[in-house]
Design a protein around this ligand. Structure first.
Ligand code: HEC
Ligand code: HEC
Ligand code: HEC
Ligand code: HEC
Ligand code: HEC
Ligand code: HEC
Ligand code: HEC
Ligand code: HEC
Ligand code: HEC
Length: 532
């Protein structure tokens, strides 16, 4: 028996919000939590938008899993609500075509029934056992929280307990001890009906990957984690990757392993690829395991540092290439097994880990390079230590949690560079930038002076480039696959090293001695060619 909606115990939200004129909301097979809600997954319906679409208006709302019913007010102020469609709407949106003169809506849905995580232990024992060890489970009993008077301060409870302020939610430690702390139902929504009847498909709790679910609590000036993350490149799937993933399931697998949080999670868990639901970026749970504290700090899925070389290819079996003990950031920020012999396009924009280790690029020794810099070996927490520096909130200034992943602070640099590390960084970037420009100009010189006539006539200074040139040579395609054979090896190795340094993005800082070696080597090869 499926649980039927009972209007007597319905939660209702009135949706007299603005009628937004705008493009139709792009249809998704999975409707994600679009706006963070205090406490995580909302326990009651929340209106999130009313948008004009070609054939009427689209009303969207959010809330836990269950049946919903939309109502429309007959005339303004009449408070006469007319049911629209059936009372068994399982998706959390409805397109309403028969409109009255005004657009006032309300939605009724399942009323919250919280139970507490103890009730989940019987059927989800492993998750329950590991979740109990997380900071979340202790969010109410944490000594500092107690000392700050949080346990009895109503301003603190929405984020430190389950369902505070809602029917059946947390009231106080003495009345509702089972609902203290952050638990399953903060992220999955009220789940008593599911625990009582797990076979009811309507009540299966939501599994939400979007960062908005965490953003309901990890927000505000004391810990603006969500706000910082929103400003980072991780908050969006870059357009080029999105269009590739839309084009084929092969690309969904190939690009999605690094560009889509939902694809990556499916690959990690051995589930089918989320066709139609891949526009989920690098979200909180791409890096953090929501249920697990071990073996890495901060519930991370992978360690913060490692020194073994690592690449994955943008194709093929992910599981065979995945190594759990490699630096979390390096899981995606690696060179994709780039090689100078590829003449289709420059290496990907992601060789940072291999630059740090000095293992990407080609040297004239012939041996594979292996020249880790001090930033790989002595900076204990590697990427995280420089890119995720933190600062507590003070004097009206919000805290910095490190989740913009940019270099916001230079404090950690001071232990090794006691004088103006920021200036040192600027100075180094300018130097490497100039050297990149020099190598590029010498490649152009080769194109003008020495490239085969056919290439010079057709491609001009793009004669040295890849078939799809990199950012240094805008303006059109480069030599075709067949014509690539006309470009000498020296020039092809030089252009590869040049793009490795450019696309690392740190302008040498990740590994200054090695970056300089790569550019010097490239320059030598070009000079050798020019002197022929
Ligand atoms: C009596 C057994 C039982 C209890 C108790 C139970 N569950 Fe479940 N749960 C299941 C089963 C079986 C499924 C799979 C249902 C399905 O996929 O149709 C499930 C699925 C889920 C899912 C969705 C998984 C997915 O991949 O979509 C979540 C989330 C979940 N349970 C959370 C909870 C929480 C939170 C509690 C405690 C409040 C709980 N469960 C209590 C048996 C139970
Ligand atoms: C209901 C509010 C709430 C939600 C929703 C929530 N968190 Fe938290 N989180 C907290 C609080 C409160 C703490 C601090 C617990 C403590 O240290 O006492 C915390 C701590 C953490 C920590 C540190 C854990 C540790 O062991 O030190 C991580 C990591 C974290 N949260 C990640 C997440 C992620 C990822 C999500 C979304 C999937 C999420 N949180 C959702 C409230 C929340
Ligand atoms: C908007 C949600 C929210 C509210 C409201 C909230 N907290 Fe928290 N609190 C969090 C989150 C999230 C964390 C974990 C932060 C982290 O680890 O980055 C946290 C962590 C803490 C910690 C652990 C130490 C620390 O600062 O990380 C204490 C103590 C604490 N909160 C006290 C309080 C008190 C006292 C109140 C009420 C005055 C309160 N919180 C209100 C979300 C909230
Ligand atoms: C901080 C938020 C958060 C908390 C707390 C949380 N979950 Fe989850 N849960 C998630 C997210 C996000 C996913 C999907 C990502 C994943 O599987 O790693 C998930 C996945 C699941 C799944 C399906 C996939 C799987 O891993 O089997 C089940 C079942 C589940 N959770 C049950 C629970 C139960 C039971 C609890 C409490 C004991 C709980 N969760 C606590 C956020 C949370
Ligand atoms: C090993 C992980 C990985 C794989 C696989 C991967 N990427 Fe990327 N990609 C990245 C990272 C990391 C960045 C960002 C680096 C930065 O910001 O410096 C990036 C940047 C990009 C960019 C923005 C830079 C630019 O070229 O303008 C595009 C577009 C892109 N990737 C497309 C793709 C496509 C298409 C695929 C599949 C064929 C793919 N990526 C496969 C990790 C990967
Ligand atoms: C690209 C990976 C990545 C993403 C995405 C990410 N984090 Fe983190 N997060 C980390 C790393 C790494 C650390 C540990 C930083 C350190 O140890 O200095 C961390 C630390 C934290 C902590 C502090 C844990 C502690 O031990 O006190 C919290 C809380 C947290 N993250 C929450 C979030 C939330 C919420 C989101 C989404 C809005 C998020 N993270 C997104 C990588 C990530
Ligand atoms: C799951 C894959 C993945 C992981 C893990 C990951 N990144 Fe990224 N990162 C990306 C992608 C993809 C982009 C590019 C997004 C774009 O171009 O819009 C990116 C972009 C960036 C950028 C450029 C930021 C910007 O705002 O333009 C930085 C810096 C960065 N990542 C640092 C890190 C650090 C530090 C870690 C580890 C804590 C990390 N990343 C972990 C995939 C990942
Ligand atoms: C010694 C400190 C340090 C370490 C360690 C480090 N970085 Fe960087 N990284 C920098 C600096 C400084 C820049 C230049 C930032 C700027 O120009 O704002 C940079 C630039 C970048 C960029 C390009 C940023 C952009 O906006 O395009 C990415 C991506 C990046 N780093 C990722 C990583 C990853 C991934 C790791 C670990 C494999 C890592 N970094 C290790 C300091 C570091
Ligand atoms: C644990 C010590 C350590 C830390 C921390 C560290 N560096 Fe370095 N850094 C070095 C060493 C040693 C070198 C010399 C090159 C080498 O050995 O690879 C260097 C080289 C550099 C260079 C090249 C210019 C030069 O003087 O050689 C720049 C720029 C730089 N670091 C910037 C930074 C910045 C910015 C940070 C912080 C975000 C940072 N470093 C953190 C040790 C460190």
């Amino acid at each position: 028996m499926g649980a039927r909606i009972q209007f007597a115990e319905c939660a209702v939200v009135a949706g007299a919000i603005f009628l937004l004129t705008g493009p139709a909301v792009r249809s998704q097979t999975v409707q994600h939590l679009s706006v963070p809600q205090p406490g995580g997954m909302p326990g009651m319906p929340v209106m999130t938008g009313i948008t004009r679409v070609t054939n009427g208006v689209k009303v969207t709302w959010d809330g836990p899993s269950g049946y919903y019913q939309v109502f429309e007010e007959a005339t303004l102020g009449s408070l006469k609500w007319v049911a629209v469609g059936k009372a068994t709407n399982l998706v959390r949106n409805a397109t309403i075509t028969a409109l009255y003169s005004n657009a006032f809506f309300r939605v009724s849905g399942p009323s919250p029934k919280y139970v507490g995580s103890q009730a989940c232990a019987e059927c989800h024992p492993a998750i329950h056992a590991t979740e109990l060890k997380t900071g979340h489970a202790a969010a109410f009993t944490n000594a500092q929280f107690v000392a700050e008077g949080g346990q009895t301060n109503r301003y603190c409870l929405a984020c430190h307990t389950v369902g505070y302020g809602l029917p059946t939610g947390f009231v106080s430690l003495s009345k509702t001890p089972r609902l203290a702390g952050v638990q399953c139902e903060n992220c999955h929504g009220p789940a008593a009906k599911h625990a009582a009847n797990p076979d009811d498909p309507i009540a299966v709790p939501r599994v939400e990957l979007a960062a908005t679910v965490c953003g309901g609590c990890h927000t505000g000036s004391r810990h603006p984690t969500y706000e910082e993350w929103l400003t980072s490149g991780h908050a969006e799937v870059v357009a080029g990757a999105l269009s590739s993933m839309s084009s084929s399931t092969t690309n969904l697998n190939n690009c999605g392993r690094c560009h889509s949080g939902s694809v990556r999670l499916s690959l990690l868990e051995g589930n089918p690829l989320p066709v139609g639901d891949f526009n989920v970026s690098v979200v909180c749970v791409t890096c953090h395991d929501p249920h697990q504290v071990t073996p890495n700090p901060a519930q991370l899925r992978n360690p913060i540092a490692s020194t073994a070389n690592y690449s994955i290819t943008a194709s093929g079996n992910f599981t065979k290439q995945y190594k759990t003990n490699i630096n979390l950031c390096a899981q995606c920020h690696n060179d994709l097994a780039a090689s100078w012999t590829n003449s289709i396009a420059p290496p990907h924009h992601s060789p940072q880990y291999n630059m740090l280790l000095g293992t990407v690029g080609v040297l004239d020794t012939g041996a594979p390079p292996n020249q880790p810099g001090s930033h790989a070996l002595l900076v204990t927490n590697q990427c995280v230590q420089c890119h995720m520096q933190t600062e507590d909130a003070a004097g009206g200034q919000p805290a910095i949690t490190g989740h913009s992943f940019r270099i916001e602070l230079y404090d950690t640099c001071l232990q090794c560079h006691p004088f103006e590390p920021e200036l040192l960084a600027e100075f180094t970037k300018t130097g490497i930038s100039n050297q990149i420009q020099q190598v590029k100009e010498d490649l152009d010189l080769w194109a003008m002076a020495q490239a085969p006539d056919s290439l010079w006539t057709e491609y001009g200074t793009r004669a040295w480039e890849y078939t799809t040139p990199g950012d240094l040579s805008p303006g059109g395609p480069g030599p075709t696959a067949a014509e690539q054979a006309l470009i000498p090896e020296n020039i092809r190795m030089a252009r590869y090293d040049l793009y490795v340094v450019l696309y690392d993005g740190s302008y040498g800082i990740h590994n200054i001695l090695y970056a300089t070696t790569l550019l010097d080597t490239a320059e030598n090869w070009i000079q050798e060619q020019l002197n022929q």
